[in-house]
Write a protein that binds this ligand. Structure first.
Ligand SMILES: Nc1ncnc2c1ncn2[C@@H]1O[C@H](COP(=O)(O)OP(=O)(O)OP(=O)(O)O)[C@@H](O)[C@H]1O
Ligand SMILES: [Mg+2]
Length: 284
């Protein structure tokens, strides 16, 4: 029960037994995320200063459970800093950051936040280059299953099935035995997303996942993320507007950040017509 105990140690007892996320089959059953109000992530008036410079300035933002939210905005707007705050890498000077109704992320450590169900994809792919593709998925899963040792045999069969399903989802089923280091950039990015999925995250944060991809790889990634809808909530930071359009569709909400705050929010076509957005970002 190592990982589970670590979670409880970090939280007051009343925060560890809340309603779960429907359909996610999350590993940390007693710590499941309470999305009964429909919100998976909530940031309120979050401020982060670096030597007096406000990278985040009273940032207020919320993501619905099951939503795929795209976040755009100029360089230096604070998008990566926001992800650092959500994952516990950076502590805000001020403000509230909640996962569901009950998990106060400003009071939890980085590893505990990861185990509670937030997966993060950094821009550069980080896979185990010298291991076969399938083993990358197996290694990604192992960290969270230690306390199931007594169910080893059954889990191994389940694990094999999940690895197979994930390989198909990320469309690497024909590369399963190749070394991860031999994959193309786009394939490595999909593999890393597959590794995050092995941990069954409730919320996935992806920071510029399409950077450095060919147009074809970018559209394959959009297809993958669209397929993940319903199985986890996602926040995708991206500059590639075609990719954002493929994810947001006609009605998906897009958040535009600038100077550490939300500048505009709404359907992509609407925010693209917003004068402030054109001035600070699109019209440059
Ligand atoms: N550790 C740090 N120390 C000092 N300043 C920082 C630190 N991290 C970020 N900043 C500054 O905070 C601001 C926001 O940076 P951030 O990386 O969050 O922007 P971003 O929106 O992700 O930009 P990009 O689109 O270029 O990735 C920038 O001005 C950056 O220089
Ligand atoms: Mg960034």
């Amino acid at each position: 029960m190592t990982a589970h105990n670590a979670l409880i140690v970090d939280l007051p007892p009343d925060l560890t037994n809340v309603n779960g996320v429907a359909g996610l089959g999350h590993v940390l059953a007693p710590g499941e995320i309470d999305v009964s109000h429909g919100t998976i992530l909530y940031l309120e008036d979050v401020t982060v200063s670096f030597d007096g410079f406000r990278a985040l300035n009273k940032l207020t933002l919320s993501i619905d459970a099951g939503e795929l939210r795209c976040v755009i905005g100029p360089n230096g707007a604070g998008k990566t800093t926001m992800m650092d705050v959500i994952t516990g890498k950076t502590r805000p000077d001020d403000g509230r950051v909640f996962l569901g109704q009950t998990f106060d992320l400003t009071r939890m450590s980085e590893p505990v936040i990861a185990r509670t169900g937030i997966g993060r994809k950094f821009q550069k792919p980080t896979v185990f280059e010298n291991h076969p593709v399938w083993e990358n998925l197996e290694l990604a899963m192992k960290t969270e299953k230690r306390w199931f040792a007594s169910l080893r045999a059954r889990l191994d069969r389940q694990a094999q099935a999940r690895i197979g399903e994930t390989l198909e989802l990320i469309r690497l089923q024909h590369q399963a035995t190749r070394l991860a280091g031999e994959l193309s950039h786009g394939q490595k990015q999909r593999l890393e997303i597959g590794m995050l999925l092995m941990q069954q995250p409730a919320l996935l944060l992806l920071d510029e996942p399409a950077a450095g991809m060919t147009d074809h790889e970018t559209m394959e990634l959009a297809e993958l993320l669209n397929k993940l809808r319903g199985s986890c909530s996602m926040m995708v930071v991206e500059h590639d507007m075609e990719f954002v359009a493929a994810l947001a569709g006609d009605s998906g909400k897009v958040t535009v950040m600038a100077e550490g705050s939300v500048l505009a929010e709404g359907a992509l076509d609407d925010v693209k017509r917003d004068d402030a957005v054109i001035e600070s970002y699109l019209g440059r």
